[in-house]
Design a protein around this ligand. Structure first.
Ligand code: B12
Ligand code: SF4
Length: 365
C-alpha cells in the first residue's frame, strides 16, 4: 500500500486504542525514503531547500512510502531498525511503533513515554552537505535539514509533549550537541553510540519511569560480533551492516573510534533475506571499507583484500532470489589496486596465516 492507505490508519487506531505506543521510533522522511537509489538522499543532503523543485520534477513520487497493515512504517533507516531490535529484547512488540513523521500524531498518545529519533544529518552541518548548500546561494538550509526540522516541530507540537522524553541518536546526533539546539528542537537527550549498549537500555528505562535525563550520553560500543544485532525487518535501501570501525585511525574520524569488527556472513544473509521478504529489491552492505571484511584481526595488512571471501559474500547476495540491485558503500582504492598486481615483491606479500585465525567465509588458500 502506498502513501498513507486508509486500511493502515484503521488498524493503527485498534493497535494503540488511541492511547499511543509507549515507545515511538521515527526518522526524517528524507533519510527514510527508499526511492531512486542513494543519489536522491545525497542530493537532499546537499541541495538548498529552494532547489527542491528540481527533485520534485525528476522524482515526482519521491514522497510515496509503503506501510505495514497496522499503519507502521514498512521501512526505516538501519539505525532505527537496530534500535527497535535492541528494545525488543526488553519490551513487548506492542509497546514499540516505528512510524513515518507524517504519522506521528497517530502513534503518539497519552501513554507515550519516549519518542526516539534517529538521524544521519539533521542540521546539514556535516562535511559536504553544508559546503555544497552554500555554493548554491545564501540559503543554507539543505532539503534534509528542512524535513528533519519539520519532524522535530511535529514532536514539539504534540499535545502530549509533557508526558514523554525525546531521545535522539544516530550518526548526526552530534550536530544537535554542537549547535546547542536542544530547546529549539525540543530534544531531551542525545545518545552517542550504539543502541545495543546496556547504557542505552538503562537510559530508556529511566525515560519510561519519567526520570530526568542527561542532555548527552556516550554509550559503549560492543567489542565483538555477538554484540551487534541484525534486524529481521526492512531497512531503507536494504542497508545491512558489514563491518564497524575502519582501523586507519584518521584523527578526526568518528566511525574509526569504533572497534574494528567484520560481521558474520550468516547474519548478513539473514538480514538480506529479511529485506527481500519485506519487499526490498535493493541491498547495500554498510561499511567504512568493504575490503577489510574477511581479514579483520588477522596479520594481513589492510591493503590485501580477502578476495575469495568477498566474492563469495557478494555473489551470494546478488544471487539471492528477489535481489535486483546491490549498491556499494564505502571502500578504499589501495586494496583493489594491490589485488591487480600479479607478482608483488616477496617483501610486500603478507605471511600466510593459519586458516582458523581468519575472518568469516575464508576461502583463500
Ligand atoms: C549507508 C550510509 C548512507 C546511505 C543511506 C543512508 C540511510 N538513510 O539509510 C546514503 C548514501 C544515502 C548516505 C547519505 C549520506 N551520508 Co551516510 N552513511 C552511510 C553509512 C555507510 C552506514 C549508515 C548505517 O545505516 N549504518 C548502520 C546503522 C545500524 O548504524 P547507525 O545509523 O549509526 O545506528 C547505530 C547508532 O548510531 C545508534 N542509533 C541510531 N539511531 C539511534 C536512535 C536512538 C534514539 C538511539 C538511542 C541510538 C541510535 O544505534 C545504531 C546501532 O545500534 C555510514 C557509515 C557508518 N558506518 O555508519 C555513513 C555516514 C553516516 N554518512 C555520512 C554522511 C556525511 C552522509 C551524507 C551527508 C553524505 C552527502 N553529503 O551526501 C548523506 C546524508 C543523507 C541525508 N539524507 O541527509 C557520515 C556521517 C557524518 C555525520 N553525520 O556527521 C557517515 C558516518 C560516513 C562517514 N564515514 O563519514 N549515507
Ligand atoms: S573511515 Fe575513512 S576517515 Fe575514518 S579512519 Fe577510515 S580511512 Fe580514515
Amino acid at each position: 500500500m502506498l502513501d498513507g492507505g486508509t486500511a493502515g490508519q484503521a488498524t493503527t487506531a485498534t493497535r494503540t486504542q488511541g492511547r499511543g505506543a509507549r515507545i515511538v521510533l521515527t526518522a526524517p522522511l528524507t533519510e527514510t525514503i527508499d526511492h531512486a537509489g542513494y543519489f536522491i538522499q545525497m542530493s537532499m543532503a546537499s541541495l538548498p531547500m529552494w532547489l527542491e523543485g528540481i527533485l520534485n520534477k525528476k522524482y515526482p513520487r519521491w514522497r510515496e512510502v509503503e506501510y505495514n497493515t497496522d499503519g507502521s512504517a514498512r521501512y526505516m533507516p538501519a539505525g532505527v531498525r537496530v534500535l527497535e531490535a535492541s528494545l525488543l529484547r526488553h519490551y513487548p512488540a506492542e509497546d514499540i511503533a516505528c512510524c513515518y513523521p507524517a504519522d506521528l500524531e497517530k502513534f503518539i498518545g497519552p501513554d507515550t513515554r519516549i519518542v526516539a529519533v534517529s538521524t544521519h544529518n539533521p542540521l546539514g552541518v556535516t562535511f559536504a552537505a553544508g559546503v555544497y548548500t552554500s555554493i548554491f546561494g545564501s540559503s543554507k538550509m539543505p532539503i534534509n535539514s528542512h524535513y528533519s526540522r519539520d519532524l522535530f516541530a511535529k514532536v514539539k507540537g504534540s499535545p502530549y509533549r509533557e508526558n514523554f522524553k525525546v531521545i535522539v541518536g544516530g550518526s548526526g546526533g552530534w550536530q544537535i550537541i554542537q549547535t546547542d539546539t536542544y530547546e529549539e528542537l525540543s530534544v531531551d537527550c542525545v545518545v552517542e553510540g550504539r543502541s545495543e549498549s546496556v547504557d542505552t537500555l538503562a537510559l530508556f528505562r529511566k525515560a519510561i519511569e519519567g526520570e530526568e535525563l542527561p542532555r548527552r550520553v556516550e554509550v559503549k560500543h560492543p567489542m565483538d560480533r555477538e554484540g551487534i544485532l541484525f534486524p529481521d525487518t526492512r531497512t531503507t535501501f536494504g542497508v545491512v551492516e558489514m563491518t564497524t570501525g575502519c582501523g586507519r585511525r584518521c584523527k578526526f574520524c568518528v566511525p574509526d573510534l569504533n572497534p574494528q569488527i567484520d560481521l558474520p556472513k550468516d547474519k548478513i544473509m539473514d538480514a538480506v533475506r529479511a529485506n527481500v521478504r519485506n519487499g526490498n529489491k535493493q541491498i547495500s552492505l554498510a561499511t567504512e571499507d568493504m575490503f577489510i571484511w574477511g581479514q579483520v584481526h588477522t596479520d594481513t595488512p589492510f591493503y590485501f583484500p580477502n578476495r575469495e571471501a568477498l566474492v563469495d559474500l557478494y555473489s551470494d547476495i546478488v544471487n539471492t532470489p528477489g535481489v535486483e540491485q546491490h549498491v556499494l558503500s564505502h571502500s578504499t582504492i589501495a586494496p583493489a589496486v594491490v589485488d591487480t598486481i600479479p607478482d608483488l615483491p616477496s617483501s610486500a606479500q603478507p605471511e600466510p596465516e593459519p586458516v582458523a585465525s581468519r575472518g568469516p567465509a575464508d576461502a583463500r588458500p
